[in-house]
Design a protein around this ligand. Sequence first.
Ligand SMILES: *Cc1c(COP(=O)(O)O)cnc(C)c1O
Length: 415
Amino acid sequence: MKTLSQTDLAVLELINKEAKRQEDGIELIASENYASKAVMEALGSPLTNKYSEGYVGKRYYGGNEVIDEVEALAIERCKKIFGCEHVNVQPLSGSPANAAVYFATIKPGDKVLGLQLDHGGHLSHGHPVNFSGMLYNFTQYQVEKETGRIDMEKVREVALSEKPKMILAGFSAYSRNLDWKKFKEIADEVGAITFADIAHIAGLIAGKAIESPVPYFDIVSTTTHKTLRGPRGAIIMCKENFAKAIDKAVFPGMQGGPHDHATAAKAVAFGEALQPEFQTYAKHVIENAQAMAAHLMKAGFKIISDGTDNHLMVVDVTSKGISGKEAERVLDLVGISTSRSTIPFDPRKPMDPSGIRLGTPAITTRGFDVEDTCKVADAITQAIENHSDETKLKSIREGILELCRKRPLYDAKTA
Ligand SMILES: *Cc1c(COP(=O)(O)O)cnc(C)c1O
């Protein structure tokens, strides 16, 4: 950052401080990842200077010959990854993408069936403080108290009694595979539109490690910055018969000009996801998550649904005499970033819930294998069990630093 070092030391210092925090810490926040240097170079390119409202070949500004090629390339690569009929690559992030999906397909007040928020759903799936919950009539299916899993027979029962216009499948904190085919059958039975939000698992689907909803569902949205490891942003895929409505809802419905530098970075990330190594990456993410879950369970933690099929897990930490918020704080002290999380049927309050959510996409990008991951699980256990022993916490922090130095973030491999 030669120029910035000459023009704005204040911002440069903050960027360097954050880079060091990332380098010296273990990132277990399930929605985070490390974009490649190639992705970041595209983000920092002159494409940020352009206005290009409209779509390929139909812009409301001149000078878009190159941008048209950039957007067309992103679309082509995305179709190759997911095999979708249509894709809009302009959504600025996951929540605006979901807003565009609702805007394109249903009316305010219409009923949508989605996963209950404190059972793993997302804010934009009908939380009362979110536009989705204010504008639309969300009703919920849950996970089972005994198993921590979604029971598709129960989903069918709720769908038959509620008769929603749309059925939403997707989550931010659920560690089991969804039965896409069964969701589609239920939706067909009640005449509902099918909408999958694969924000968390898109990279695992791109890497062919878990099943895709794209063949079955009418509409599929995803962020591009989680397991997919691209720039912050989102895309909406759909069947051809929804293409016009989706495009109109994104622009001019919800957004103005697309972020062309982000579109280029999405194209770069899609190019990376098309490489055979990305399939190895997706497989390793899941292997690491399963190793971590097994290790934590052996140490006496309760994992919701007793394990994971994907990159994440929700851990009930209360059996160790600590709350989710306190666990998040103690782990921060030793250099492990996590996020507090409600557990299904949580007896505690959302600001200080019973659990933490852990994910392995970021550490796997960094090159952590199963052995490294088990060391992290040990550190988590040690830190939580010794949460008021400052000396002990300090020595755990040293161990974490050692692990980080062994697996530098942007070495030749990921750069
Ligand atoms: C992260 C997430 C989003 C929102 O993405 P933002 O880019 O943060 O707006 C939407 N849906 C699900 C399921 C998510 O996990």
